[in-house]
Ligand binder design. Structure first.
Ligand code: SF4
Length: 84
């Protein structure tokens, strides 16, 4: 299981600075005509510790199994960011 950052991200880097795996980066990606300008989690690095979810002031981070229905697509968006 990995964690996913949703579009509620306000680009506060507290999640990235606290990640023990250095799995979180910021930037932009356009997927299916929608531009995402936020932080993203690299699913190949995330160790499922949960630190980022607990630290996010916007409550923008979820484990993949707990993603709200409207944010399910963000799992693929997070992964795609690290492949571009
Ligand atoms: S769950 Fe832990 S390892 Fe995964 S991105 Fe968040 S802080 Fe990093």
């Amino acid at each position: 299981m990995v964690y996913v950052i949703t579009s509620a991200c306000a680009k506060d880097d507290i999640c990235a600075s606290g990640c023990p795996e250095e799995a979180i980066s910021s930037g932009t990606i356009t997927v299916d005509g929608t531009e995402y300008d936020q932080f993203f989690i690299d699913p190949t690095k995330c160790s499922d510790c949960g630190s980022c979810e607990a630290s996010c002031p916007e409550m923008a981070i979820f484990s993949e199994d707990d993603l709200p229905a409207e944010s399910k697509s963000l799992k693929a968006v997070n992964a795609a960011f690290f492949k571009q």
